[in-house]
Design a protein around this ligand. Structure first.
Ligand code: G6P
Length: 589
């Protein structure tokens, strides 16, 4: 959360940092600011709201060194005062993360005579750096001291008064460094540098980077170190909408290709899909949509592997009793590979000697690096805050793990491969359906219900999350059989109930539950596997989905729900790619 960007070099750094920040806006967008070196001093400009608001405040200056920040508020409301950069004494910083012991440090600093203008933890971190800089008078020693003084997570860019270099360090929040003929860059994520270079260095925990106009230096434990140069594999096209109205729509339309490329690659390199049959206990840990993908993973692994699987929300898992031992496999699912709670769960699992497997999109991210092994989902960069194509490839990954188990257990034959290869075409068919009429109807609602059983329930959870996160319509998801234990009292004349029926073993049961809602006046939208016969009186609108093996069905069925959520939000004229209060990469607890 929060995007940071810095540049020092021959060019005017201000537009470079502003453009970099725009590509990081998915990390937070409630206020933004920059600090640049101007006439031997540091000038700070910040503004509440989007980066476009900040641009209106710019004064046309030129500078060779600039740092910037786009904020997702944690401590203190979105406001100009709380926006970064913060300056205390000789120090100016931008920060991504949370300093957990900031109150204690603040009280100590107040006794030392420091005064604070904002409510942020960042201003306290800035004052701490100033305090130790005055004591130690050595920039590197001060930055190294931070790991003993600060509790929590951080990625900092630091400007020292009178020095035109950018200093940086990180703990628990990502940071990449890159160089070009014309200068050096540092940022929270790769999109910020993609217009200049595809090569970058990744900072590890407590590394220090020093960026000068002409060189980059990395320091660890007081000594200069060399770092491996990495290459971003994907197309630079990712940074543009490619003619689509929103990144979300573009990313949904990429699904046929992303799925096909994934299948080609992993069927060619099938050894990369691990055989997990030796584990007797499997735990899947994730947040948000990745958790929903994990639930589908649970269903498929249990069915084809006969192994008990439990699925946990990472923010709970890290604090609950969990019976991990060296025979447990813990699977961490994360698009970004940087979600704070998922990282903490991974470290807990490793501490308890479990084997860990990451299912990750971002190459070289913390989870990818720290897990014992990793499967990259190869979905390409995802810019829209609401995940779509990455979720699809997370589910596909679980599906291939289950497929491998099914082959081993002789429950499946290689014939199923044909089913997988039908997916790109079937997804394309879903993309072509007209969702406008339904979207208009849903857009007028305050509440929507999603019901399904087992795998259909897990799909409902994701469909419902998509709808609420981007359209701001409240939706409630229930296992179909559970509805009558309370929530059915909220179903009234015209209430929209969206139901999924793709599992023939329980379709009749779900249909009975749908009828219970119909009897109370519900307007039912049914997503149904096309061969399952249901009585026409049980729905008002129907979307038929091609019959496939459940290994592929789950991937196909989510597509109409992603599109429905998209079009509802579009009808309402909302900011689809950047829904309010959300961020794509949640690097705080
Ligand atoms: C945020 C995003 C979700 C995502 C979740 C987990 O809430 O908005 O789309 O599913 O984080 O993120 P991860 O990067 O760990 O998959």
């Amino acid at each position: 959360m929060c995007g940071i960007m810095g540049y020092t070099g021959k060019k005017n750094s201000i537009p470079i940092v502003i453009n970099g920040l725009k590509s990081l806006e998915y990390r937070g967008y409630d206020s933004a600011g920059i600090a640049y070196i101007y006439k031997n001093d540091i000038k700070i400009i910040k503004e509440k709201g989007r980066i476009s608001n900040l641009e209106n405040e710019l004064e046309g200056d030129s500078s060779n060194t600039c740092i910037g920040h786009t904020r997702w508020a944690t401590h203190g409301e979105p406001s100009r005062i709380n926006a970064h950069p913060h300056k205390v004494g000789n120090i100016t910083i931008v920060h991504n993360g949370i300093i957990e012991n900031y109150n204690e440090l603040k009280n100590k600093l107040i006794k030392e005579g420091y005064k604070f203008k904002s409510e942020t933890d960042t201003e306290v971190a800035c004052a701490i750096i100033d305090y130790y800089y005055k004591k130690l008078n050595d920039k590197i020693k001060v930055i190294e001291k931070l790991k003993d003084v600060l509790k929590g997570s951080y990625a900092f860019l630091i400007l020292f008064q009178g020095d035109d270099k950018i200093y940086a360090t990180k703990c628990g929040s990502p940071m990449i460094v890159a160089s070009s003929m014309n200068g050096n860059f540092i940022a929270s994520d790769i999109p910020a540098i993609l217009s200049y270079t595809k090569e970058y260095f990744l900072l590890d925990e407590h590394d220090i980077a020093i960026l000068d106009k002409d060189f980059i230096k990395f320091i660890k434990d007081g000594k200069e170190i060399k770092k491996e140069k990495l290459i971003f594999q994907f197309d630079t096209e990712v940074a543009s909408k490619g003619g689509y109205k929103h990144f979300m729509l573009k990313e949904i339309h990429e699904e046929p290709k992303v799925v096909k490329d994934y299948l080609d690659y992993y069927f060619e390199n099938f050894d990369l899909i691990p055989d997990i049959s030796k584990y007797r206990k499997i735990q899947i840990v994730a947040c948000g949509s990745a958790y929903h993908a994990g639930l589908i993973g649970k269903f498929l692994i249990e069915k084809y592997g006969s192994i008990e699987v439990n699925c946990y929300i990472a923010s709970e898992y890290r604090y609950q009793l969990n019976f991990i031992d060296k025979n447990t496999l813990v699977i961490l699912v994360s698009q970004s590979g940087e979600t704070a709670d998922t990282i903490a769960s991974l470290r807990l699992a490793k501490k308890n000697k479990a084997k860990t497997l990451g299912i990750v999109n971002v190459v070289g991210s913390t989870i990818a690096r720290e897990c014992d092994s990793v499967i990259y989902i190869n979905a390409g960069a995802e810019i829209a805050v609401a995940t779509t194509k990455a979720y699809v490839n997370q589910v596909l990954t679980f599906s291939l793990i289950a497929y491998k188990l099914g082959l081993k257990n002789k429950l499946l034959t290689e014939d199923i491969k044909k089913e997988y290869y039908k997916l790109p075409n079937e997804i394309s068919k879903m993309l072509k359906l007209d969702y406008h009429k339904l979207a208009l109807k849903i857009s007028k609602q305050n509440n929507v219900f999603f019901i399904g059983r087992l795998i259909d329930y897990y799909l409902c959870l994701e469909g419902s999350l998509k709808l609420k996160e981007i359209s701001y319509i409240h939706s409630e998801t229930y296992p179909a059989g559970e509805l009558k234990h309370g929530t059915i009292s909220l179903i009234d004349s015209g209430t929209i109930v969206i139901s999924i029926v793709t599992d023939e073993n329980i379709s009749e049961k779900t249909v009975s539950n749908i009828k219970e809602t119909k009897a109370r006046g519900a307007y039912v939208i049914l997503l149904k596997r096309d061969d399952i016969i249901v009585d026409e009186t049980c729905y008002d609108e129907i979307i038929d989905i091609e019959k496939m093996s459940d290994l592929a069905m789950a991937i196909l069925t989510i597509v109409p729900l992603q599109l429905l959520a998209y079009y509802v939000s579009d009808v309402k004229g909302l900011d689809i790619d950047k829904p309010k209060n959300l961020a794509k990469s949640v690097t705080v607890e």
